[in-house]
Design a binder for this molecule. Sequence first.
Ligand SMILES: *[C@@H]1O[C@H](CO)[C@@H](O)[C@H](O)[C@H]1NC(C)=O
Ligand SMILES: *[C@@H]1O[C@H](CO)[C@@H](O)[C@H](O)[C@H]1NC(C)=O
Ligand SMILES: *[C@@H]1O[C@H](CO)[C@@H](O)[C@H](O)[C@H]1NC(C)=O
Ligand SMILES: *[C@@H]1O[C@H](CO)[C@@H](O)[C@H](O)[C@H]1NC(C)=O
Ligand SMILES: *[C@@H]1O[C@H](CO)[C@@H](O)[C@H](O)[C@H]1NC(C)=O
Ligand SMILES: *[C@@H]1O[C@H](CO)[C@@H](O)[C@H](O)[C@H]1NC(C)=O
Length: 629
Amino acid sequence: MAGRRKVCCGVSALEVTLAVLFLIMTAVCVTLLTLMATWLPNTHTSPGPTGPPSPPPQQDPYLVGLGRADCTGPPAEIPLMGYANPQQTAAGLHTRLFSRAFIIDDGRRRLVFVTADIGMMSQRLRLEVLQALQVKYGNLYRHDNVVLSGTHTHAGPAGYFQYTLFMISSKGYIKASIQPLVDGIVRSIDIAHRNMRPGRIYMNRGNLEDSSLNRSPHSYQNNPEEERRRYKSNTDKQVVVLKFTDLDGDGIGMLSWFAVHAVSMKTTNQMVSSDNMGYASYLLEQDKNRGALPGQGAFVAGFSSSNLGDVSPNTRGPVCVNTGLACDYLNSSCPVGGTKMCEASGPGEDMFDSTRIIGHNIYRKAKELYGKADKEVTGFLHSAHQWVNMTDVTVQINATHTVRTCKPALGHSFAAGTTDGGGDLNFTQGAVVGDPFWDGIRDALVGEPSNQTQECHSPKPILFSTGEMNWPLPWHPEIVDVQIIMIGSVAVVAVPGEMTTMSGRRLREAVKQELESEGTFRDTEVVIAGLSNIYTHYITTYEEYQIQRYEGASTIYGPHTLSAYLQRYSSLARAIAQDRVSQLPVGPPPPFFQDSQLFNLLPAAAADRKSANRSFGDVLQQVQPAYRA
Ligand SMILES: *[C@@H]1O[C@H](CO)[C@@H](O)[C@H](O)[C@H]1NC(C)=O
Ligand SMILES: *[C@@H]1O[C@H](CO)[C@@H](O)[C@H](O)[C@H]1NC(C)=O
Ligand SMILES: *[C@@H]1O[C@H](CO)[C@@H](O)[C@H](O)[C@H]1NC(C)=O
Ligand SMILES: *[C@@H]1O[C@H](CO)[C@@H](O)[C@H](O)[C@H]1NC(C)=O
Ligand SMILES: *[C@@H]1O[C@H](CO)[C@@H](O)[C@H](O)[C@H]1NC(C)=O
Ligand SMILES: *[C@@H]1O[C@H](CO)[C@@H](O)[C@H](O)[C@H]1NC(C)=O
């Protein structure tokens, strides 16, 4: 297989060069901040007296509203978001992109869940969407009751970020790219809002085999054996489905979660595409909206991302594409050609075929579960949201030890990429010592990472100490959204990035335990909505982090990132269970940088050209008078 391979979900090694050039050209001095020895008081509030138990589940139907709107944006010349490949710019359309909104109201509270065919939600996009909702609806749709999630397609337009690292890999903050996303997401909510009517929700779950595999099994194997023994597989196979009906029992929509990367479309693709998850939506919607054009019809089918951090859809697995031999198990490198030659593919003939097969598998399983969903979801709605300074969380892990999160930093193996798309330079996964060559270049240009940050991230060899790089704007966020919404006993945990399989399992278990600890909830179903609200790369377990494959190198707040999230989400769940969400501190709000502070590196769109003897609009090839099916 020819073609350039790039980093999945981050910045490729080429971007390292690009970033370096960018820095030289602008002669920037990056401020190296020394870590402050102080830390903010823990936002954890001591559990109050157990409040009165929540009222018994109501038997009245919910009000539900579903909506879908196009958010495709310009399918030309804009970089595609995901592989961070500067050559991978949009040049056509494979499938259109949609935002799908689900609004639920129990008479006391209202919740909104949006799944959009984009790489990930960004803080900037969320803030712009919430501003637009504020203008239209006042205080109805807010930070605490709206969850925005991305399907993780790697073939949607980039350019909707406000932190420097993402702006560099997107060639800037691109107004032409973000505006259609804001408009599409808001329009999907408008449509759902206008459609609100009494309805019911049913849940079902089942397993989908043969559509995913773990792309960092060596990291997974480092988790404790007794923990691994509790699970049959090294990826989560469950599909969770919510079926929405009107009061007559007629289906009006479906929302589901499944953990797999939407990277069936490869780095060589230049067409805007919603990839496998979007294709599943297309199939179910075409099924239910008989005769309607794609993207039209009342039935809305949302396929949301989950704990897909180490989960690939390329089910034939990695091989050295030049020799056909197996890649090195530990570092995914090939004897000839290194990292670049090790690539996963399948199950189809080519990426279009693979997208079709994986999308069809997900659709078929969800449709089957939808058809048999008969467990009605009842009970009140809840939501809890906080902003957390993720550079500054202290966690008590046992009676004697506390651990801390770090200022953000990316490790060397980040630039190696994954077997779904490897980096261009000679970085390898699993690096626990830095490469003096690249460290030298980095030190000369942007300075060494501070000793505190290096120690905090150990054993990660730091490639970019993004938390100490603030020009022209911070390279990575400090303030992160943590959020849980509950529909009866279904808890949707909105995760600001890509959790690995085991991280997701630990999080679901911790949230379930807190929710059920007060006796308020029983038999809760906890789902992880990945790529929600803001993007902070990956979240591995502490044990996986030690291996420093791509996912560990991209766990930006250090080895205890997951412990910090377990603490924060448990605290939200406890507040819901004890009915004292209103006492939760809101936390420090995120910055909203002025448009004038953001930058755009994208050259102006090239002029359209034609030969002198032609006019725009000429027919190049006449259609046949008739066609046969
Ligand atoms: C986050 O915490 C760090 C470390 O205490 C502090 O330096 C920084 O100012 C905090 N950021 C915000 C936005 O509060
Ligand atoms: C990858 O690991 C193998 C041993 O498992 C080693 O022989 C090889 O040199 C490593 N490759 C790189 C590029 O580090
Ligand atoms: C607490 O955790 C630390 C770090 O994992 C460990 O070294 C220590 O033995 C633990 N202490 C207890 C009392 O479990
Ligand atoms: C990567 O390439 C540079 C320049 O060719 C070389 O100095 C360095 O040793 C290489 N690193 C590895 C790990 O092969
Ligand atoms: C880190 O510590 C070493 C030795 O303690 C010192 O030589 C070096 O200058 C320090 N580096 C930074 C960036 O502070
Ligand atoms: C236009 O000019 C090109 C050569 O410049 C020629 O090949 C082509 O046939 C011409 N087309 C028409 C419609 O005259």
